[in-house]
Design a protein around this ligand. Structure first.
Ligand code: CA
Length: 224
């Protein structure tokens, strides 16, 4: 999953990014400026946008309205010091999905981010099942049949994304766009390495993570 934080308090943005990278295994991009943040939000397929309201150049409410006017589907968590009920109502009515006021508790922010992402993928439970796999999106523990597997962070990130898109063909381009932020190098070859490693762990026959030639990968057992 890839998240954009639009927040002009640079230290706060960095702290949130660090927690989301380390604890949630999200790829994170940061913008400290409304105009730049709006451009990033409109031109990249984010799985979540954390949006401050009072920003230099373009304010958060305008960004939110433009995103929704462009039919951008990314869930938006509004994160702001504005705590008046009228502000919350305006933020939600403009297309925000959740609203958290500063100061906030980091564990609450993390839980809300997780909930927004899984809900936007139509997975209301924190444990996502895919055939014989159970993926706990909070602990990141993966259970295959009765065997627990703790995956390296990027393999987990890849498997979780495929599980959220379960049953759909996911192209390599889509994987790269959703698994890495701007800070990453071009990792296109690495996707194949991770897929191969996941298959060695629990899918030696490629029945669960199938390759669709020329198109990408699909998670889910083939119909018998
Ligand atoms: Ca601000």
């Amino acid at each position: 999953m890839r998240v954009l934080i639009v927040e002009d308090e640079a230290r706060l943005a960095r702290n949130i990014a660090q927690v989301l990278r380390e604890e949630v295994s999200f790829a994170v991009d940061i913008s400290n400026d409304g105009e730049d943040g709006q451009h990033m939000a409109l031109t990249n397929p984010y799985d979540l946008i954390i949006l401050d309201l009072m920003l230099p150049r373009v304010n958060g409410m305008d960004i939110l309205r433009r995103l929704r006017a462009a039919d951008n589907p990314a869930p938006v968590l509004v994160l702001t010091a504005r705590d008046a009920p009228a502000d919350m109502v305006a933020g939600l009515n403009a297309g925000g999905d959740d609203y958290l006021t500063k100061p906030f508790d980091m564990s609450v922010l993390v839980a809300r981010c997780r909930a927004l992402v899984r809900r936007s993928h139509g997975k209301p439970s924190a444990v996502v099942e895919a055939g014989p796999l159970k993926i706990d999106t909070v602990s990141h523990l993966v259970v295959y049949e009765d065997q627990s597997i703790l995956l390296p962070a990027l393999e987990y990130r890849l498997l979780e994304y495929l599980a959220m898109r379960q049953g759909a063909v996911v192209s390599k381009t889509e994987l790269i766009e959703h698994l890495y932020g701007f800070e990453a190098e071009n990792f296109s070859n690495v996707i194949e390495v991770y897929i191969s490693s996941l298959r060695k762990r629990f899918d030696p026959d490629h029945r669960l993570i199938r390759t669709v030639r020329g198109q990408g990968y699909i998670l889910g057992e083939a119909p018998a």
